[in-house]
Design a binder for this molecule. Structure first.
Ligand SMILES: Cc1cc2nc3c(=O)[nH]c(=O)nc-3n(C[C@H](O)[C@H](O)[C@H](O)COP(=O)(O)OP(=O)(O)OC[C@H]3O[C@@H](n4cnc5c(N)ncnc54)[C@H](O)[C@@H]3O)c2cc1C
Length: 387
């Protein structure tokens, strides 16, 4: 299929595919079983210069954008959606610095991320503040040139493994949506520690941890943007990173589809290949069609962001919504094609099914994506703009 990729984009895609097939495929089941963090794979990505694919050359990156990041995430997720998160989760923690950091912050934090020496994470979620991010209990109290952070963040991807954290804390609850502020925190700062690591259904190679702040003193130079911009930064961050989650879902779906297609052509029942049964053929046809539709949305949304389009909330949510629902459907059908074998850990579709589920939940559940899309549609109606 021709996706109108440039030579450089084809090179990036092929490089990510090579690492995924040669380095990740042999170890994905072991990482899934142990839940260990895949530092050896991060090293391979760093050696290939892929960690900074979406970062400007000035900061040590390759100078590409969200689209190329999506190509990498898709290829890694085609083999393992969990290991891919070391890279994709870092994107989520890095975009706030890229989009809202001042020059000093960018020069300090982006180059080590681009080189793959440091990973990043983004922390907004708390026990009582999930879909409703305005209910933050983590506070940042001003004290001269410092802020004192107290509270606990929950389920933070790359938690404990990353060195650089963008953390959203409440500086003034009475100010509502303008009452939160984004801070850059570093692992090892006094008063910043890690809580329990989650034991999860899927993406088990990804670390998901609590971040705990106990009188953690953060200098005002660590504020991203300005005080009060925390929610805006969160929303803009999600607008930019949701195509990445969508690409993760797309890759998982693609991997499951390829495995199911190959299996259907090899498995014999009733004296013939199961791929000769129309019921199986229709399943495969629907899977392939849904994947192509998802790819269209993922690539289109990423290209719009890179082109500097201002209003990307709707398209970015559409990509995440559609690709993640596709991943869940396709991995379910892949297991169906494998029959009982698909239910066993000997075949990769069992893991892909478990990995797919998270893409419907994080960076805003798919109910929240629908709310975003509907809100944008209604806003457009008021402004008289079309889809
Ligand atoms: C493995 C994993 C990794 C994660 N990584 C990160 C991370 O790196 N950083 C971070 O900050 N967070 C992270 N999260 C948190 C994630 O973004 C939240 O779990 C998610 O936003 C949903 O919040 P919740 O789980 O509290 O669900 P809730 O908000 O409690 O929602 C429960 C149910 O109610 C529905 N619901 C809620 N509100 C509405 C509404 N208004 N309309 C319709 N339905 C609604 C939801 O769709 C869902 O079905 C991660 C979570 C997991 C599981």
């Amino acid at each position: 299929m021709n996706y109108f990729l440039s030579e450089e984009q084809i090179m990036i895609k092929n490089l990510a595919r090579k690492i995924a097939e040669e380095k990740i495929a042999p170890v994905r089941a072991a990482y899934d079983e142990s839940g260990e963090f895949p530092w050896d794979i991060v090293k391979y990505l760093a050696e290939a210069d892929l960690c900074g694919v979406y970062l400007p050359e000035t900061y040590g990156g390759m100078g590409f954008g969200v689209f190329e990041m999506c190509l990498v995430v898709e290829e890694l997720s085609r083999i393992c959606g969990g290991i891919a998160l070391a890279f994709a989760g870092t994107g989520l923690g890095t975009f706030p610095i890229l989009l809202f950091g001042n020059e000093e912050q960018k020069r300090k934090y982006l180059p080590p991320i681009a080189r793959g020496q440091k990973l990043a994470a983004f922390a907004v979620t708390e026990a009582e503040s999930g879909s409703d991010i305005t209910q933050l209990r983590t506070t940042a109290r001003k004290d001269g040139d410092y802020y004192i952070l107290n509270g606990t963040k929950q389920w933070i991807t790359n938690g404990g493994e990353a060195e650089i954290y963008t953390v959203i804390a409440s500086t003034d609850r009475s100010k509502g949506p303008r009452g939160a502020t984004a801070f850059i925190l570093e692992k090892g700062m006094p008063g910043f520690s890690f809580g329990k690591k989650e034991n999860k259904l899927g993406i088990r190679a990804s670390a998901t941890r609590e971040l705990i702040f106990q009188d953690c003193r953060v200098h005002k130079s660590q504020v991203l943007g300005r005080e009060g911009m925390g929610f805006l930064i969160t929303i803009k961050n999600f607008d930019t990173s949701r195509p990445g989650v969508a690409a993760q879902a797309l890759g998982i779906a693609q991997g499951a589809f390829e495995a199911a297609l190959a299996y259907a052509h090899q498995r014999q029942q009733f004296g013939q290949r199961i791929s000769s049964f129309q019921a199986i053929q229709h399943l495969l046809a629907d899977m392939a069609t849904q994947i192509e539709a998802a790819r269209g949305l993922v690539y289109h949304s990423a290209r719009l962001i890179d082109a500097g389009e201002k209003d990307v909330s709707m398209i970015s949510s559409m990509a995440k919504l559609f690709a993640s629902d596709t991943a869940m459907k396709v991995t379910t059908d892949a297991i169906q094609i494998f029959g009982g074998y698909g239910y066993m850990k000997e075949y990769p579709v069992e893991k892909m099914f478990r990995d797919a589920k998270i893409t419907q939940i994080y960076e805003g559940t798919n109910q929240i994506q629908r709310n975003v899309i509907a809100l944008e549609l209604i806003k457009g109606l008021k402004k008289g703009t079309d889809l």
